[in-house]
Structure formats: C-alpha cells, structure tokens
Design a protein around this ligand. Structure first.
Ligand code: OFO
Length: 168
C-alpha cells in the first residue's frame, strides 16, 4: 500500500513525464520541418522514452494498490529558435525532472516508504544518463558552432545506441 503523499507525488510525476514526452514530440516535429533528420529522430526516440517513463509510473502506482491518474497535458511550445537553443532547453528541462525525482526520494524517506525509495532509484540513475547525454550533445554543438549543423545532424543519428531502450 502506498502512503498517500507518495501516491500524490508519483501522480504529479506522471504529468511531468507525459509533458516531457509531448515537449520532445513538439521539438521533434519542429526539427523535422527544419530538415534536421538526425535531430528529429533523436527527439522522437526521446519522446517515446518519456512515455515509457510515464507508463512505468502508472503501472507501479496501480501495482501498489494506488490509483494512477492520467492527466490532461498543457500544450508545449511550437517554436524552438535554433538547434542549440533547443538543446539548452532540453537540458534545463531534464535538470528540472532530476529535481522532481529527488523530491520523490525525500517524500519516500519522510513517509518510511523504502520500497518506493528503492524502486525510484531506477529514475535517479536514468536522470544522470539523460543529463550526461544532452550535455555531450551541447558540447558538440559548442565545438562546431553554427556552420556545420549538417555534419552534426548526421553525427547525432549514431548517438543513441542502446540508451534509448527503456523497459516499462
Ligand atoms: Fe527525461 O527523463 Fe523521464 O524521467
């Protein structure tokens, strides 16, 4: 049985993961329309991964006799300036998500819910990886400047490897 406060904060996280998915989907569509095939593929995969994170939360809450609530989602922005500005926003968003996951850990400890505290560690590790992979992308963008985005777009296609595979 989940403590009420844990159930509540996990439900808030469902919203955040769902919004992350929609945000990256919107970025993917924007990048695709600008002709960045590699960038858009990376973002489409990322959107899918966030959806898996959301599902993981839904299934966990329900498995622990809680009620997972599927939220309505705010419309994400539709214009992202340029590729570098967009990836800066991705990193900022991932840092925000990492903060949310840490808050969940804090609530689990306060509520003596060591089962969820243990379960949520998967997300803690995932956030380290996600922030690191976006930082690597931003480093590359800083190195190439604005003049060689074509090469960058091809390069990013090979950057996902197995990191995009997420089990629900
Ligand atoms: Fe971008 O990560 Fe979900 O949790």
């Amino acid at each position: 049985m989940l403590p009420e406060k844990v159930e509540e904060i996990l439900n808030v996280q469902i919203y955040k993961e769902d919004y992350s998915s929609q945000l990256y989907l919107s970025m993917a569509s924007w990048a695709e329309n600008k002709g960045f095939e590699g960038v858009s593929n990376w973002l489409y995969n990322q959107a899918e991964e966030e959806r898996m994170h959301m599902l993981k939360l839904v299934k966990y809450i329900n498995a622990r006799d809680g009620n997972a609530v599927i939220p309505g989602i705010e419309k994400p922005p539709v214009d992202f300036g340029d590729v570098k500005v967009m990836f800066d926003k991705v990193l900022e968003h991932e840092k925000f998500i990492s903060g949310s996951i840490n808050e969940i850990v804090v609530v689990c400890i306060a509520e003596n819910d060591f089962t969820t505290q243990n379960w949520i560690q998967w997300f803690v590790t995932e956030q380290i990886e996600e922030e690191a992979s976006v930082k690597t992308i931003i480093d590359k963008l800083n190195l190439i400047g604005k003049n060689n985005l074509y090469m960058f777009d091809r390069d990013i296609m090979s950057m996902r490897g197995t990191e995009g595979e997420t089990e629900a």
